[in-house]
Design a protein around this ligand. Structure first.
Ligand code: FES
Length: 92
């Protein structure tokens, strides 16, 4: 989530990255080798979440998930931060 935010992408969150809301979830589709196992926060929050993998991947909390290599993830509803500042609509 931090990497996406640094890249200018507004990432959804309710808890501000505390690992409590599951709003930030992502589905990891590939390149997951070498990443950390699910944290306790992820196990708890994702276990009670309504979100389920839709493309055969593994759900993670973007705010808790740390990666140091390229990987492919799926997430709907993500938009550039500048569009969010314009009320979620493209300017023009
Ligand atoms: S931002 Fe709330 S769980 Fe990740």
């Amino acid at each position: 989530m931090g990497a996406a935010q640094r890249a200018g992408i507004k990432w959804p969150t309710v808890c501000g990255g505390a690992g409590e809301c599951a709003v930030c979830y992502i589905e990891v589709l590939g390149g997951d080798d070498g990443t950390q196992p699910l944290t306790n926060a992820e196990k708890t929050v994702l276990g009670r979440s309504i979100h389920r993998p839709k493309q055969g991947g593994t759900l993670r909390l973007a705010c808790q998930f740390r990666v140091n290599h390229n990987l492919k993830v799926h997430r709907i509803g993500i938009r550039p931060a500048q569009n969010a500042a314009a009320g979620g609509r493209a300017a023009g």
